[in-house]
Write a protein that binds this ligand. Structure first.
Ligand code: FES
Length: 126
Protein backbone atom coordinates (compact mmCIF):
# COMPACT_ATOMS: atom_id res chain seq x y z
CA UNK A 1 0.00 0.00 0.00
CA UNK A 2 1.47 3.39 -0.90
CA UNK A 3 1.38 6.34 1.45
CA UNK A 4 -1.29 7.98 -0.72
CA UNK A 5 -3.67 5.01 -0.32
CA UNK A 6 -3.54 5.08 3.50
CA UNK A 7 -6.66 6.28 5.23
CA UNK A 8 -6.61 7.19 8.91
CA UNK A 9 -9.80 6.54 10.80
CA UNK A 10 -9.92 8.33 14.14
CA UNK A 11 -10.84 6.08 17.06
CA UNK A 12 -10.69 8.68 19.85
CA UNK A 13 -8.40 10.33 22.38
CA UNK A 14 -5.63 8.09 23.70
CA UNK A 15 -6.42 9.41 27.19
CA UNK A 16 -9.86 7.77 27.06
CA UNK A 17 -8.28 4.30 26.89
CA UNK A 18 -7.04 2.70 30.05
CA UNK A 19 -5.00 -0.43 29.62
CA UNK A 20 -7.43 -3.25 28.84
CA UNK A 21 -10.05 -0.96 27.27
CA UNK A 22 -11.46 -1.53 23.82
CA UNK A 23 -13.69 0.21 21.33
CA UNK A 24 -15.42 -1.24 18.28
CA UNK A 25 -15.71 1.17 15.38
CA UNK A 26 -17.19 1.05 11.92
CA UNK A 27 -14.69 1.47 9.11
CA UNK A 28 -16.56 1.67 5.83
CA UNK A 29 -18.98 -1.07 6.84
CA UNK A 30 -16.33 -3.24 8.51
CA UNK A 31 -16.37 -3.52 12.29
CA UNK A 32 -12.92 -3.12 13.81
CA UNK A 33 -12.06 -3.76 17.45
CA UNK A 34 -9.35 -1.49 18.87
CA UNK A 35 -7.69 -2.61 22.12
CA UNK A 36 -5.17 -0.97 24.40
CA UNK A 37 -3.03 -3.79 25.69
CA UNK A 38 0.16 -3.30 27.69
CA UNK A 39 0.26 0.34 26.71
CA UNK A 40 0.01 -0.16 22.95
CA UNK A 41 -2.89 -0.34 20.55
CA UNK A 42 -3.87 -3.31 18.39
CA UNK A 43 -6.82 -3.55 16.02
CA UNK A 44 -8.60 -6.51 14.44
CA UNK A 45 -11.61 -7.02 12.27
CA UNK A 46 -14.52 -8.08 14.47
CA UNK A 47 -14.87 -11.38 12.64
CA UNK A 48 -13.69 -14.68 14.04
CA UNK A 49 -11.72 -16.98 11.76
CA UNK A 50 -13.98 -19.87 12.76
CA UNK A 51 -17.53 -18.92 11.76
CA UNK A 52 -17.41 -15.14 11.68
CA UNK A 53 -18.49 -14.48 15.26
CA UNK A 54 -17.95 -11.07 16.90
CA UNK A 55 -14.57 -12.00 18.34
CA UNK A 56 -13.69 -8.45 19.42
CA UNK A 57 -16.65 -8.48 21.80
CA UNK A 58 -15.19 -11.45 23.66
CA UNK A 59 -13.44 -11.31 26.98
CA UNK A 60 -9.75 -11.65 27.34
CA UNK A 61 -7.82 -13.48 29.95
CA UNK A 62 -4.24 -14.32 30.82
CA UNK A 63 -3.00 -17.52 29.21
CA UNK A 64 -3.38 -20.40 31.65
CA UNK A 65 -0.29 -22.60 31.85
CA UNK A 66 0.20 -26.00 33.43
CA UNK A 67 3.03 -26.13 35.98
CA UNK A 68 5.05 -29.30 36.66
CA UNK A 69 7.84 -30.14 39.06
CA UNK A 70 11.11 -31.83 37.99
CA UNK A 71 9.50 -35.26 38.11
CA UNK A 72 6.64 -34.28 35.85
CA UNK A 73 4.08 -34.13 38.64
CA UNK A 74 1.43 -31.50 38.06
CA UNK A 75 1.54 -28.58 40.45
CA UNK A 76 -1.56 -26.93 39.02
CA UNK A 77 -1.94 -23.92 36.77
CA UNK A 78 -0.74 -20.35 36.73
CA UNK A 79 -1.97 -17.29 34.90
CA UNK A 80 0.52 -15.71 32.47
CA UNK A 81 -0.48 -12.07 32.21
CA UNK A 82 2.17 -11.46 29.55
CA UNK A 83 0.08 -13.40 27.03
CA UNK A 84 -3.56 -12.36 27.11
CA UNK A 85 -5.98 -14.42 25.06
CA UNK A 86 -9.05 -12.94 23.38
CA UNK A 87 -11.87 -15.48 23.51
CA UNK A 88 -14.57 -15.49 20.83
CA UNK A 89 -18.01 -15.38 22.48
CA UNK A 90 -19.55 -17.87 20.05
CA UNK A 91 -17.46 -21.05 20.44
CA UNK A 92 -14.50 -19.90 22.55
CA UNK A 93 -11.72 -19.98 20.00
CA UNK A 94 -8.79 -18.17 21.58
CA UNK A 95 -6.47 -15.64 19.98
CA UNK A 96 -3.23 -14.08 21.19
CA UNK A 97 -4.33 -10.48 21.51
CA UNK A 98 -0.84 -9.19 20.76
CA UNK A 99 -0.64 -10.91 17.37
CA UNK A 100 -4.16 -11.97 16.42
CA UNK A 101 -2.99 -15.57 16.03
CA UNK A 102 -5.35 -18.39 16.89
CA UNK A 103 -3.74 -20.11 19.88
CA UNK A 104 -4.41 -23.67 18.73
CA UNK A 105 -3.35 -23.05 15.13
CA UNK A 106 -0.80 -20.25 14.88
CA UNK A 107 -1.10 -19.95 11.10
CA UNK A 108 -4.69 -18.76 11.46
CA UNK A 109 -4.95 -15.06 12.26
CA UNK A 110 -7.52 -12.37 12.71
CA UNK A 111 -7.37 -9.64 10.08
CA UNK A 112 -5.18 -6.99 11.69
CA UNK A 113 -5.08 -3.25 11.11
CA UNK A 114 -2.18 -0.94 11.82
CA UNK A 115 -2.74 1.67 14.50
CA UNK A 116 -1.12 5.04 14.97
CA UNK A 117 -1.09 7.75 17.63
CA UNK A 118 -0.97 11.38 16.57
CA UNK A 119 -1.67 14.59 18.48
CA UNK A 120 -3.21 12.71 21.38
CA UNK A 121 -5.58 10.59 19.30
CA UNK A 122 -5.44 6.98 18.17
CA UNK A 123 -6.15 6.02 14.56
CA UNK A 124 -6.72 2.83 12.62
CA UNK A 125 -4.98 2.74 9.26
CA UNK A 126 -6.91 1.16 6.42
S1 FES B 1 -17.26 -18.08 15.51
FE1 FES B 1 -15.67 -17.66 16.91
S2 FES B 1 -15.29 -19.51 17.86
FE2 FES B 1 -16.82 -19.98 16.42
Amino acid sequence: MTERERTQVRVGPVAEFRDGDRRIIDVGGTQVGVFRVDGRFVAYENQCAHQGGPVCEGQYYPRMEAVFDDTGRSLGERANYDVPHLVCPWHSWEYDIHTGEMVGLRGLKLRAFQTEQKDGDVYVIV
